[in-house]
Design a protein around this ligand. Structure first.
Ligand code: NAD
Length: 326
């Protein structure tokens, strides 16, 4: 059964459960996307920075060629990387990303992070990542979020994207955007799991008619993969006794409990999986309801613990200059 959809402020229906593509290996990404489409996924969450949009596009193209889906059945999301925030860089890079995905429009295009970095030409390095020199030099560019948002609106006008949104914004940045937006953000994508519940910004976004997409819903799992100390030092959410007890009670997996906790509160989720079993479980996460006692129990697990923060990965490509560990 297809998962429910969320109606965006553009009138589009966005699948509430999609698949993430961060860290999908370029060797397998095309098959992962193709298999996910066969399993019933319709929304894919990509980004320039993930370095696999061409391969994801190959998976989409194969599924369309074989008649499994049509382009209009899919909801493809991508993101603008920070080195392309200047107004004259937004459309060219969006066109390149569309070419990689082998489609002529994105359903949704997001500002990945509200911080602009100096331009790196794609012929020099693609994706450019955080460092100007590819190694250690962080160069912030003198581009405002307003300039970037106005250029994003231009993508809608040009028919290259159907909706635009933001990611990793906090309340202040979102408020500010709403002051000058001619086209309001359709979605806000943020890290969100029981250890980082983001209650205030979720309330703000939903009150403003902006749909919220939760990323890294399974919590530390994705960041243990990066060998991040902060993620390794907490109880894995999928192994947490409270979540395990609920998995037993509802006869679901712990991943499904975590995903249901967000979807039951009206948010979209985009878990990433390559394993067919995990793909199927995640897609079926809206097929049951947690009772209020369990929703409240999870609400008490908030630690304000953010994993996807540039300074959290020691010696990694996401290490800001002021980080003492650098
Ligand atoms: P995730 O929370 O989806 O966790 C992925 C990990 O959990 C993988 O190791 C996967 O194998 C495992 N997993 C998935 N389903 C499982 C299941 N049913 N049972 C057991 N294990 C399971 O992590 P994520 O990839 O960080 O987040 C999801 C997506 O969100 C990303 O792929 C990306 O598209 C998006 N994202 C966006 C941003 C942003 O800055 N906007 C940042 C991070 C992630």
């Amino acid at each position: 059964m297809a998962p429910p959809t969320i109606r965006l402020n553009t009138g589009q229906q966005m699948p509430q459960v999609g698949m993430g593509t961060w860290k999908l290996d370029t060797a397998t990404a095309a098959d992962d996307i193709y298999n996910a489409i066969k399993a019933g996924y319709r929304l894919f969450d990509g980004a320039c920075d993930y370095g696999n949009e061409k391969e994801c596009g190959d998976g989409v193209a194969r599924a369309i060629k074989e008649g499994i889906v049509k382009r209009e059945d899919l909801f493809i999301v991508s993101k603008l990387w920070q080195t392309f925030h200047a107004k004259d860089k937004v459309e060219p890079i969006c066109r390149r990303q569309l070419a990689d995905w082998q489609v002529d429009y994105f359903d949704l295009f997001l500002i990945h992070f509200p911080v602009s970095l100096e331009y790196v030409d794609p012929s020099v390095r693609y994706p450019p990542g955080w460092f100007y020199d590819g190694e250690s030099d962080i160069r912030v560019a003198n581009v405002t979020n307003q300039e970037t948002w106005t250029a994003m609106e231009g993508l809608v006008d040009a028919g290259l994207v159907r909706a635009i949104g933001v990611s990793n914004y906090q309340a202040q940045t979102l408020y500010d955007t709403l002051r000058y937006a001619r086209i309001r953000p359709a979605t806000l994508q943020v890290e969100l799991h029981p250890y980082l519940q983001q209650t205030e910004i979720v309330r703000l976004a939903q009150a403003e008619g902006i749909a919220v997409t939760a990323y890294s819903s399974l919590g530390p799992a994705s960041f243990v993969e990066l060998d991040m100390d902060r993620a390794k030092s907490v109880t894995p959410l999928m192994g947490h006794p409270v979540i395990k007890a609920m998995a037993d009670k509802y006869r679901k997996s712990t991943a499904q409990i975590l995903l249901r906790w967000s979807t039951q509160r009206g948010m979209a989720v985009i878990p990433r999986a390559s394993e067919p079993e995990f793909m199927a479980q995640n897609l079926a996460c809206t097929s049951f309801d947690l009772d209020q006692v369990d929703m409240d129990r999870i609400a008490k697990m908030d630690l304000g613990l953010k994993f996807n923060q540039p300074t959290n990965v020691r010696g990694s490509p996401v290490c800001l200059p002021q980080d003492p560990k650098r």
